[in-house]
Design a protein. Structure first.
Length: 203
């Protein structure tokens, strides 16, 4: 079984996350997409980041009708601060019969060379990259350095996927909730109800 790993704080998970994850599992050779909820880094200020298990629960609510999308708290069990390579090694040991791949936005691909042991990641794992509008706009305007993307262009491990360009951000949602704006269309129904019931992001 081939598993795509979609990492995020999901603070909160929104319809954009679901659109990307579902597109990846329906239009590539991935059998499942695991939504890897990133835990709070104890070395960083918590700010607006909800408790780990609230965010995990919202991912469960959001994906319950998508059998190929699976929430996971795998990183909650790893020492912090954690790096993606550590998670990958752990998963390889725990699920020896599975093949794992990374799902990331084009903006993350352009900073991949800054990741810990990125050469090992590229050597051993496939990458499924979806487009990001801000990356394309900056490159088109000559404001972004696209050399990293060029460096990785001919790497057989990198798959550029023609996924929908979704520019909804969790930051935008949090700010609008705080400002008493209606964000219900941007969230799965049960996620919105959970946020509203618990008065999350209102302060």
């Amino acid at each position: 079984m081939k598993i795509g790993l979609y990492f995020g704080t999901f603070n909160p998970i929104h319809v954009g996350h679901l659109i990307i994850a579902n597109h990846m599992v329906e239009h590539t050779d991935l059998d499942q997409v695991w939504m890897v909820v990133t835990p709070h880094n104890p070395l960083k200020k918590k700010s607006t980041l909800l408790d780990d298990y609230h965010r995990l629960h919202m991912v469960h609510l959001a994906t319950e009708n998508f059998p190929k999308l699976k929430p996971t708290d795998i990183e909650f069990k790893l020492p912090q601060p954690n790096y993606t390579i550590n998670t990958l090694v752990y998963l390889e040991e725990k699920y020896a019969n599975y093949e794992f791949a990374l799902i990331m936005g084009e903006d993350n691909l352009n900073s991949l060379h800054k990741w810990k042991n990125y050469e090992m990641i590229l050597k051993n794992y496939s990458l499924y990259v979806y487009p990001r509008l801000e990356t394309k706009d900056l490159v088109a305007d000559g404001m972004a350095n696209n050399t990293t993307n060029f460096e990785f262009q001919n790497n057989s491990k990198i798959n550029m996927i023609e996924a929908p360009v979704v520019e909804i951000s969790s930051t935008f949602i949090r700010e609008n909730i705080k400002n008493h704006k209606n964000v219900q269309p941007l969230l799965p129904v049960k996620v919105w109800e959970y946020i509203d019931h618990n008065n999350f992001y209102k302060k």
